[in-house]
Write a protein of this length. Structure first.
Lengths: 341, 81, 421
C-alpha cells in the first residue's frame, strides 16, 4: 500500500538571532502627563517607565517590522532566501487583510509562507511556539518571527488606564534547526471569559452601525477604537497566574530558577516584573530584562526587544538559559525557556 | 420624562458602578440574580441609586418583583408618570 | 513548645507612599507627608487645623484594589486591603490567597488588625444622608462598611484566612496590640501565618475639629511640613495621619519549610494599662515602663542588646516626656547608645494604624541596619534626654534588637521587640 511521503523531522530547534527596531521618537513622561492629570514621578513610581519610543508619521508598522526582520537576518548571517516562513504577531497592522507578514516577506525578497497571528502581548512567545513546531516538524529550516506594534496609532492620550504606558517597536528572531535542544516546550493558554479585561474600546462594526445623527460625535470623543484595560484585574492576573505559568515553564523545561541566566518577561509594568522575581525566588545572579524603563510597553514587540537589548548589554549571556514569558489581551499567555543565541 | 432607552442606559450605569458587570450585559431580558449574579445587598444599593437618579420611589416590598432588568425599567417608567 | 515568630512580608499604604519601597525610601530621606488639606470642607466649616498627612495616592488608583471593591469598603478598609495584599505578595506565596497558595493552609491562616475608629467616613456620610434625604436613601452596605472589624473581615475574605479574623480597638495602641494577638496565635499553635497590622482613615472635619478642641493638634497652619516635630522645644501638638500597614508573620518552621526570605523575628511583646486617666499618660510612665520591660523579658532580651527604638512620640508637649522617662528607666546608662527615631515627624499620627506602620519601619531598620529619620528637630527639649536620629543612621552588625512603642487614649500601652535574624 502506498503511504504519504513526510518531511524528515528535526529533533531540535533554537533561536539563531534576535533583531530590533525602535520607534524613532523618544517620548518622556512629561510630554503625556498633562492630558491625564498625572506626573512624571507618579508614572515612574507606579510603572517604572521613564520614556517610551514612539514612531512618528514617517515610520509605519511595516517599516518597524521590516527593519527588525532585516536586523535579525543580518545577525544570523542569513538572507531572505534562507527563510521558509514569516510569522508576524501584531494588533496594530491597520488592515484585517492582507497580512503584514506578506509585506515583510516581500521586503526581504522572499515568497515563502507568511501570515499574521493575533495574541497581543503574548504574541511573540506564541510565534516562537509556532516556529519551533514548524522547524521540528520539518516544515521549515529557518522561520522568522516578528513581534511588532505601532500602538501609538491606537491610543487615546486622555485615557488613564493604559495609553501612557505604550510605545512602538519591533523585535524579531530567527528560529532554526539545531544540534542540541534550544527551545523548551511552550506552556501556553488562553482565557476568553476575560475578553473584556484588556483590548479595544469597541469593534469596527459598532462604528459602521452607529447612527451619527442620533448619536453625534462628542467633543474629544475618539471614534477610532483605542486600547483600554481593567488595570487592577490585569495586574493581579499577571502577578499571580503568570508566576505559576513561569514556574510550570521551568518545570517543563526540566530546569530550576537557579539554572537561569536571564528572565525576559513581557514589559508591561516594572512592578509586575519585581513581583515575578520575588515569587519565582530568582537568585540575584539571574539577569532581569527591564527594557520597559526606556521603551514602555510595546506589546508583542516587548519580549524580543528586551532580549535583544539584554544580549547587547551582556554578551556573556550567550549560550545561557532565558525564560521568556508573554501575557496580555485575550487573556492569552505563553512561556518557554530558550538558549540565548 | 426619561424614555425606556434612557432608563435602561442609566440603570446599566448604576449596575456597572456597583457590581462591575459590563453595561452592555445589562439587557431587558436579563435576570438580576440568575444572569447578572447580583446579591440582595447589591440589589438594594442599585434600587437606592435608581431612586435617586430617576427621582422615583421603589417600595422595598416591590423589589422582590423586579426579577429582570426589564421589570425594573418598566417599574421606573410607570412610577415616573 | 512555643513557636518562634518571624516576619516574611510587609505592606504599607501611607502618607509617604503607596507601598513599602516608596514609604521606606522617603522615611530614610526625611520626607514629610504632611500637607495642606485641599478640601472645600476646611473653609466651609472653619476647621481650625487645615493640614494633615493624607495617603500619598487615592486608593482607587491602586492596582491592588478594583473599583467595585472600593465601593464596598470604607477608606479605612480600602487602605487595609491594599496594604495586606502588598504584604501577602511580598511574602512570596505561590498564590494570591491562602486557598491558591499550596504551601499555606487557609484554616491555619489568621488576621489580627487594629483600628482606632473604624469607618468614620461611612458613618458620618450615612448620618448626613439620613438627615438630608431620609431613610429611603440609606445605602444597604452602611453597617458592614462602618463596623470597626470590616478591615479584618475584608482581609480575611480576600486572602482566605480562615483561622481567625480579630480586631483590636485601643486607640493609638490598636495595631501594636493586634500584633501581640497575632504573635500569640502563632506561639500557641493556633495559626501558622497571621496578617497583622492596622488601618485608619479618620481625616474628617469632625475628628479634626474634635481633636483640635482637646488642644491635641498642632496648629502650624502656615508651615504644615514643619508641624510634626517630636522632641522639639517648639512642638505644639500631633498631626493627623491616615493609612494602613500590614505584616505577614509566621512560625519560623513554616517560613523555613517554604524557603521564605525572613526580614526579622518578633521576639517579644508587652502590654499594660495605666488605669489612670482617659487621655493623659501617667506622668511617671509606670505603665509604659512595665510594657517595655515585659516585651524585653518576653523575648529574653538584655536591655543592652537594644540599639534602636521607634518611639511613640507624637509631638504633643506633654506626651513626649513620659515615654523618654520609661526608656531611661529601662535602659539606664545604655540609653545614650540607643538610636531613637520618631517617624511620626514624617507620617503624622496614623492613630490605629500607627503601630503597624512603625512596626514596618522597625522591621526594616533591623533588616537593613538603618534607623529612619526624625525630622523638624531643631532644638531638643532638655527634658528629653534621648539620642535622637535626625538623619538616617547605620545600626551595628551582629545580633541586634529594636523596639516599637505605642500608647493610646484609655491608658493602653503596647510594645513589640524585633530581633535580627
Amino acid at each position: 500500500m502506498t503511504t504519504l511521503a513526510q518531511n524528515p523531522i528535526n529533533q531540535y530547534s533554537r533561536i539563531l538571532s534576535y533583531g530590533a527596531s525602535r520607534g524613532n521618537t523618544i517620548v518622556p513622561n512629561d510630554d503625556l502627563v498633562e492630558k491625564i492629570d498625572s506626573s512624571d514621578e507618579w508614572i515612574r513610581q507606579r510603572t517604572g517607565i521613564a520614556t517610551r519610543h514612539r514612531a512618528d508619521e514617517n515610520q509605519s508598522v511595516t517599516d518597524l517590522a521590516v527593519e527588525a526582520a532585516k536586523d535579525a537576518l543580518h545577525n544570523a548571517s542569513l538572507t531572505g532566501a534562507d527563510i521558509d516562513a514569516v510569522i508576524c504577531s501584531t494588533i496594530t497592522h491597520p488592515f484585517a487583510t492582507p497580512s503584514l507578514a506578506v509585506l515583510v516577506a516581500d521586503a526581504i525578497d522572499s515568497r515563502c509562507p507568511a501570515y499574521d497571528i493575533s495574541a497581543a502581548c503574548a504574541g511573540f512567545c506564541y510565534g516562537i511556539a509556532q516556529a519551533d513546531a514548524l522547524v521540528k516538524a520539518g516544515t521549515a529550516r529557518n522561520a522568522l518571527v516578528i513581534g511588532v506594534e505601532k500602538l501609538s496609532d491606537f491610543i487615546d492620550d486622555t485615557e488613564r488606564t493604559i495609553s501612557f504606558l505604550l510605545g512602538d517597536g519591533a523585535g524579531a528572531a530567527v528560529v532554526s534547526t539545531s544540534d542540541s535542544p534550544g527551545i523548551s516546550p511552550t506552556v501556553w493558554g488562553s482565557d476568553g471569559s476575560r475578553f473584556d479585561t484588556v483590548g479595544m474600546t469597541h469593534s469596527m462594526l459598532e462604528i459602521r452601525n452607529r447612527d451619527f445623527v442620533a448619536h453625534p460625535v462628542q467633543e474629544g470623543e475618539k471614534i477610532w477604537p483605542t486600547l483600554r484595560q481593567d488595570g487592577p484585574s490585569v495586574f493581579r492576573w499577571a502577578v499571580w497566574e503568570m508566576a505559576k505559568v513561569a514556574k510550570q515553564a521551568l518545570e517543563t523545561a526540566g530546569i530550576t530558577a537557579d539554572d537561569l541566566g536571564a528572565l525576559i518577561t513581557h514589559q508591561a509594568n516594572e512592578r509586575i516584573i519585581d513581583q515575578m522575581v520575588k515569587t519565582l525566588k530568582l537568585p540575584e545572579t539571574v539577569a532581569v530584562a527591564r527594557d520597559i524603563v526606556d521603551a514602555g510597553n510595546t506589546s508583542a514587540a516587548s519580549v524580543p526587544l528586551a532580549a535583544h537589548r539584554l544580549l547587547q548589554e551582556n554578551p556573556e549571556l550567550s549560550g545561557k538559559f532565558a525564560l521568556q514569558i508573554g501575557f496580555g489581551a485575550g487573556l492569552a499567555f505563553a512561556a518557554q525557556v530558550v538558549v540565548l543565541p | 420624562m426619561a424614555s425606556k432607552e434612557e432608563i435602561l442606559a442609566g440603570l446599566a450605569e448604576i449596575v456597572n458602578e456597583e457590581t462591575g458587570v459590563e453595561q452592555s450585559d445589562v439587557q431587558l431580558d436579563k435576570s438580576f440574580t440568575e444572569d447578572l449574579d447580583i446579591d440582595s445587598i447589591s440589589m438594594m444599593t442599585i434600587v437606592v441609586n435608581a431612586e435617586e437618579k430617576f427621582d422615583v420611589t421603589i417600595p422595598d416590598e416591590e423589589v422582590k418583583n423586579l426579577k429582570t432588568v426589564g421589570d425594573a425599567v418598566d417599574f421606573i417608567e410607570n412610577a415616573g408618570k | 513548645m512555643t513557636h518562634k515568630v518571624v516576619v516574611t512580608g510587609l505592606g504599607a499604604f501611607s502618607p509617604l507612599g503607596e507601598d513599602v519601597p516608596t514609604t521606606w525610601k522617603n522615611a530614610l530621606e526625611g520626607v514629610s507627608g504632611v500637607k495642606t488639606i485641599e478640601e472645600p470642607w476646611v473653609e466651609e466649616y472653619g476647621i481650625p487645623v487645615s493640614f494633615a498627612a493624607q495617603v500619598a495616592i487615592d486608593p482607587t488608583e491602586s492596582e491592588r484594589l478594583s473599583k467595585v471593591e472600593a465601593k464596598r469598603l470604607d477608606p479605612s478598609g480600602q487602605f487595609a486591603l491594599i496594604a495586606a495584599r502588598e504584604a501577602w505578595a511580598d511574602a512570596g506565596f505561590s498564590g494570591e490567597d491562602a486557598d491558591s497558595a499550596e504551601e499555606v493552609d487557609s484554616e491555619r491562616t489568621a488576621v489580627a488588625f487594629g483600628t482606632g475608629m473604624g469607618g468614620v467616613w461611612t458613618l458620618l456620610d450615612a448620618w448626613d444622608t439620613l438627615r438630608e434625604k431620609g431613610p429611603r436613601r440609606m445605602l444597604p452596605m452602611t453597617v458592614p462598611m462602618l463596623m470597626p472589624n470590616s478591615s479584618a473581615a475584608a482581609i480575611s475574605m480576600n486572602l482566605k484566612a480562615r483561622a481567625a479574623a480579630q480586631t483590636v480597638v485601643s486607640a493609638c495602641a490598636s495595631s501594636t496590640e493586634a500584633m501581640e494577638i497575632g504573635v500569640e496565635l502563632i506561639r500557641s499553635g493556633k495559626a501558622d501565618v497571621v496578617v497583622v497590622g492596622g488601618s485608619e482613615a479618620a481625616i474628617h472635619p469632625m475628628t479634626i475639629a474634635a481633636f483640635a478642641k482637646m488642644q491635641a493638634l498642632s496648629t502650624r497652619n502656615d508651615d504644615p511640613a514643619a508641624a510634626s516635630r517630636p522632641y522639639d522645644t517648639e512642638r505644639d501638638g500631633f498631626v493627623m495621619g491616615e493609612g494602613a500597614a500590614a505584616l505577614i508573620i509566621e512560625s519560623e518552621e513554616h517560613a523555613k519549610a517554604r524557603n521564605a526570605s525572613i526580614y526579622a523575628e518578633i521576639a517579644g511583646t508587652g502590654v499594660s494599662a495605666d488605669a489612670y486617666h482617659i487621655t493623659a499618660p501617667e506622668p511617671s510612665a509606670l505603665g509604659a515602663t512595665r510594657a517595655l520591660r515585659e516585651a524585653l523579658e518576653d523575648g529574653n532580651i538584655d536591655p543592652e542588646q537594644v540599639v534602636h527604638v521607634n518611639a511613640h512620640a507624637t509631638s504633643t508637649p506633654v506626651g513626649d516626656i513620659p515615654e523618654s522617662l520609661a526608656l531611661r528607666e529601662v535602659f539606664g546608662e545604655h540609653t545614650k547608645d540607643v538610636a531613637v527615631s520618631a517617624t511620626k515627624s514624617m507620617t503624622g499620627h496614623l492613630l490605629g494604624g500607627a503601630g503597624a506602620i512603625e512596626a514596618v519601619f522597625t522591621v526594616l531598620a533591623v533588616h537593613h541596619r538603618k534607623a529612619p529619620c526624625t525630622i523638624n528637630l531643631n532644638e531638643q527639649d532638655p527634658q528629653i534626654e534621648l539620642n535622637v536620629v535626625t538623619e538616617a543612621r547605620d545600626l551595628p552588625d551582629g545580633e541586634i534588637v529594636a523596639v516599637s512603642n505605642s500608647f493610646g487614649f484609655g491608658g493602653h500601652n503596647a510594645v513589640i521587640a524585633v530581633r535580627s535574624v
